[in-house]
Design a protein around this ligand. Sequence first.
Ligand SMILES: [Zn+2]
Length: 73
Amino acid sequence: MQGGLPLRPLLLARLRPMKIDAALLDILACPACISPLRADEAAEELVCTGCGLAYPVRDDIPVLLADEARKPA
Ligand SMILES: [Zn+2]
């Protein structure tokens, strides 16, 4: 038996779509304008329904920092 390589969670994470818990999304709000956020699964971002800032999601953790957000076009 070969010494099994450890699983690689990082690699596995790339094979499945972003997964944000709906209950979590419910309680999150845009730090800039306190509007609700919606998940953009294709872009792996949380997009503010108010000001339009798009927050990145890293390893399923939303990064709700205005400094990290992508501004709307
Ligand atoms: Zn906002």
